[in-house]
Design a protein around this ligand. Structure first.
Ligand code: NI
Length: 177
């Protein structure tokens, strides 16, 4: 267990497509250690989510979870969960706009459009399959983290190049809470 270094935008590992976790890894100590490192690092950095490529591990795994978070004071709490080999499909065509941040893009926020309502399928650390329907902030976090598995960072998806800036500047001008 331990806290790992979070890579920042510009590091090439953040731009690679991660590989599926192979069947023989489920239930292994190797996978457990990686998942524990993701949770520990997310907690230490006050993130809502963290994907394996952000700690230089090229696998399709991410963790989410948040109680009260000073980075997102108005967001609803998220239950802690590890998602392995996730697959996302939109339910309907509704899109929603919201401001996002990222531990790999420190100090900055940008406005991004996401599906409002999604169907999610994933495997847990023992390899069991799960499905769930998610909406709003929870769906946004999952789409953001899943993007990391495909080498995509939120500044790639800005609604406008102008809808981007340092968190404190955006707060000072009242554009984000
Ligand atoms: Ni991120």
């Amino acid at each position: 267990m331990g806290t790992r270094k979070v890579l920042r935008i510009g590091h090439p590992a953040l731009r690679k497509c991660a590989a599926k976790v192979p069947d023989e890894w489920f239930g292994s100590e190797r996978l457990d250690r990686l998942i524990d490192d993701l949770f520990d690092t997310k907690l230490a950095c006050c993130g809502a989510g963290l994907a394996a490529p952000q700690i230089d591990e090229p696998w399709r795994i991410f963790v989410i979870g948040m109680s009260h978070n000073p980075r997102y004071p108005h967001a609803e709490p998220l239950p802690e969960c590890v998602l392995i080999n996730p697959v996302i499909k939109s339910i309907g065509n509704d899109l929603t706009v919201g401001w996002e941040g990222c531990l790999s893009v420190p100090g900055l926020r940008g406005e991004v459009e996401r599906w409002q309502h999604i169907h999610l399928k994933w495997r847990d650390r023992e390899g069991a399959f799960h499905t769930e329907e998610l909406k709003d902030f929870h769906a946004r976090v999952v789409q953001h983290e899943k993007d990391h598995l495909d080498g995509v960072l939120f500044p790639d998806r800005l609604t406008s190049p102008v809808a981007f800036g340092f968190t404190d500047e955006l707060q000072a001008s009242g554009r984000i809470p």
